[in-house]
Design a protein around this ligand. Structure first.
Ligand SMILES: Cc1cc2nc3c(=O)[nH]c(=O)nc-3n(C[C@H](O)[C@H](O)[C@H](O)COP(=O)(O)OP(=O)(O)OC[C@H]3O[C@@H](n4cnc5c(N)ncnc54)[C@H](O)[C@@H]3O)c2cc1C
Length: 434
């Protein structure tokens, strides 16, 4: 044991070229790239490898991303960027968004090559209108969690990357060289509660978001926002932290993801007294039909569109004391089986969600479900340059913990597309990869 200032008792010491904090899609892609470029790399995670974080979150039926491989009929990269900037309300770093657009098609290709199974129609990616997008783009939806877990595991094992499970990073070591700050490693708490010093030339934050701080959330318990605090403490900055996404989640009979697409047939939304209420919150100049038409186009809440009146109605009813004891409202989906094929025609994957719900033991034909808006992703995060380096030399961020490519609202599928990490060992810089 030896003393390192604030942390008095260091139990063990490890040296590595690159320390990656987090084993979600972002951290694992960085680890693969670092390893492929001959860096000695170590990845650490809270909990169990391929069981922690949003990438492997079991309460959702998978994730998807939009990508643009070929430009045609006005569906161009420039237009894609214009949309991202528009929904981001001036809060996006355009250089980061541009890299995201350019690199995502290659990354989808890589993922498929590794073995990730994407949902396709007749063997082809299909066009899909992602949340907050104005035009459809090809969507890559991965809906088989076991396949996602096994694929990442195989790639990491193949490269013999060292994975430290149950390893909580609690401090970043920073050296001051003149007026510059340079990263020197990190301190972790291992599964036995011992402090371990990891000396490292570069540290990559890939530790996801922090929605767990909200009462209603759809996140795994490890996502307590550690990266934000650690980065600030190390001398880095944060941006856009006020922009958090909230989507509907089922809170009872058990916590699980909900699909807003089912609002399309206007199912009964009921308060604690089993009375409908939504119509009374709709402004006189608008109809419920018009509002629902907009609301089914996006999962997360937004205050930019008229769909907000649906969410305001639900939230107001709960706030006015007529929510359930879980601070939610009831939805009656008993008639959903009658409509599901029609919904599938417009929203591919709706049937898969419905079947998945059944497999998870939710019997919508027999019982009411309780839903509420749940925090699930942070649009802001650690401020980085176009190489994803923070203001501290050698300290990088990627994936959800990184801020910049997303602003006030984020288009659907762009978070997985921002899981970066092409390691350039000569210059010790990271850039996007997926
Ligand atoms: C319900 C739901 C649906 C979603 N749907 C989509 C979608 O369809 N499209 C899309 O683009 N995005 C979607 N997202 C967002 C997307 O899934 C996440 O942003 C993305 O998976 C984050 O990946 P990541 O690798 O950055 O972090 P995560 O996958 O969250 O991994 C974080 C890692 O950091 C580790 N960690 C945290 N703190 C520490 C610490 N102190 N020390 C060590 N390790 C630590 C955790 O253990 C974990 O391994 C969704 C999210 C949710 C919750």
């Amino acid at each position: 044991m030896r003393s390192t200032g604030f942390f008095k008792e260091i139990y063990d010491e490890i040296s590595t070229g690159v320390l990656v904090i987090g084993t979600g899609g972002a951290g694992l892609r960085v680890a693969m790239e670092a390893s492929d470029n001959d860096s000695n790399v170590l990845v650490a995670c809270k909990g169990k490898f391929t069981k922690t974080g949003s990438t492997f979150f079991p309460l959702v039926d998978g994730w998807g991303l939009q990508f643009l491989k070929e430009e045609k009929n006005g569906n161009t990269r420039d237009y894609f960027l214009k949309e991202i900037l528009e929904v981001g309300k001036g809060m996006v770093q355009p250089d980061l968004a541009k890299v995201l657009i350019e690199k995502t098609p290659e990354r989808v290709h890589d993922l498929e090559g590794m073995g990730i199974k994407f949902n396709k129609i007749n063997g082809e990616f299909y066009d899909f209108l992602c949340c907050f997008a104005k035009i459809k783009r090809p969507a890559a939806a991965a809906l088989d969690l076991e396949n996602i877990q096994n694929t990442f595991k195989k790639e990491i094992e193949k490269r013999k990357v060292k994975v430290m499970e149950n390893f909580n990073v609690v401090k970043i070591i920073v050296k001051e060289i003149g007026r510059k700050k340079k990263v020197g490693g990190a301190i972790d708490v291992d599964k036995n509660g011992n402090l371990v010093l990891i000396k490292s030339k570069a540290v990559v934050f890939a530790c996801g978001g922090g929605s767990i701080i909200f009462k209603h959330n759809l996140n795994s318990p490890e996502l307590t926002g550690d990266g934000y605090g650690l980065a600030l403490d190390a001398g880095a900055s944060l941006i856009n932290m006020e922009y958090i996404q909230y989507i509907y989640g089922i809170l009872a009979p058990k916590k699980i993801h909900f699909s807003e697409k089912v609002f399309v047939y206007n199912p009964p939304i009921l308060n604690i007294n089993k009375k409908t209420f939504i119509e009374k919150y709709i402004p006189k100049n608008l109809s419920i039909g018009k509002i629902i038409k907009k609301r089914i186009e996006h999962g997360p809440f937004t205050s930019r569109l008229i769909s907000k009146y649906y969410d305001f109605g639900i939230f107001s009813e709960i706030r006015n004391g007529r929510g359930t004891k879980n601070q939610a409202i009831y939805v009656d989906l008993k008639d959903l089986p009658k409509y599901i094929n029609n919904i599938e025609k417009e929203f591919h994957g709706a049937i898969k969600w419905y079947e998945w719900l059944g497999k998870k033991g939710i019997k919508i034909q027999k019982e009411l479900i309780e839903i509420a808006l749940c925090a699930h992703a942070n649009n802001g995060g650690i401020y980085v340059d176009v190489n994803t380096m923070s203001e501290v030399d050698g300290l990088f961020a990627c994936g959800e913990v990184m801020g910049g490519p997303h602003g006030a609202d984020r288009q659907g599928g762009n978070m997985m597309a921002a899981n970066p990490g092409l390691w350039k060992d000569s210059r010790q810089k990271c850039c996007f990869i997926l």
